[in-house]
Design a protein around this ligand. Structure first.
Ligand SMILES: C[S@@+](CC[C@H](N)C(=O)[O-])C[C@H]1O[C@@H](n2cnc3c(N)ncnc32)[C@H](O)[C@@H]1O
Length: 203
């Protein structure tokens, strides 16, 4: 039992290092540039899916005090502008937080950044109207899921809401897999085997 916990801890540490190292190229992947470019049909599908997800967030209207978990470079934080009164944006990578800070620098949004490993950090209880996480749930190992959801629940005020975007189940086009920098799934990490993100859940 102890060794499974150690393996999962190792996978979590590896995942953090992976995103720290890739902070500078994450957005390139998101906009499918350079080595992340897709063939035209897949590219159309990708941007169609992104637009749908963005519309879903706009319709959800993340108002009040918002906690964004694994905020990344701010690709979704930016959509909180015009809705949220205050945002707490948490990520384990100081590098991606720096990109997020730069992206949101001129925005009319009150943001507090926290660098923390979400598997150790505890949100303050009943403090948020909304908890949001995009492309994060698929990174939560199975044996940490219950604890993770319990943290989300305790962070929410009564009547609080959760907004989640992640990869859908389904196949990944072979061309897309070929462009992937890393296909190995860490021991203990959940695989989403999905489109649009990847053959594994790391993107
Ligand atoms: C796939 S990216 C998603 C980023 C952002 N939510 C988005 O949709 O653009 C996963 C993010 O999780 C962060 N992350 C990975 N492991 C983490 C951990 N244990 N605690 C906090 N953040 C973590 C990475 O630094 C990265 O920014």
């Amino acid at each position: 039992m102890g060794s499974i916990v150690a393996l999962v801890d190792e996978a979590i540490a590896e995942q953090i290092e992976y995103y720290r190292a890739r902070a500078g190229e994450y957005d390139e992947w998101w906009v499918r540039r350079g080595r992340y470019a897709l063939p035209p049909e897949l590219e159309r599908q990708w941007f169609h899916d992104v637009a749908q997800a963005e519309t879903a967030l706009r319709d959800f209207a993340p108002t009040g005090r918002v906690l964004e978990l694994a905020c990344g470079t701010g690709l979704w934080t930016r959509h909180l502008v015009g809705h949220a009164q205050h945002v707490t944006a948490v990520d384990a990578s100081p590098e991606v937080i720096e990109y997020n800070r730069e992206r949101l620098a001129g925005a009319r949004l009150n943001i507090e950044y926290i660098v923390a490993d979400l598997f150790g950090w505890q949100p303050p209880p009943a403090a948020y109207d909304v908890v949001m996480f995009t492309y994060w749930l698929s990174h939560v190992p199975d044996d940490r899921l219950a604890e993770f959801w319990s943290g989300v629940r305790s962070a929410l005020k009564p009547g609080g809401r959760v907004f989640v975007i992640d990869s859908a189940a389904g196949g990944v086009p072979a061309d897309d897999r070929a462009a992937w920098p890393r296909l190995r799934r860490p021991a203990g990490a959940r695989s989403s085997a999905s489109w649009p993100t990847a053959a594994n859940s790391w993107c």
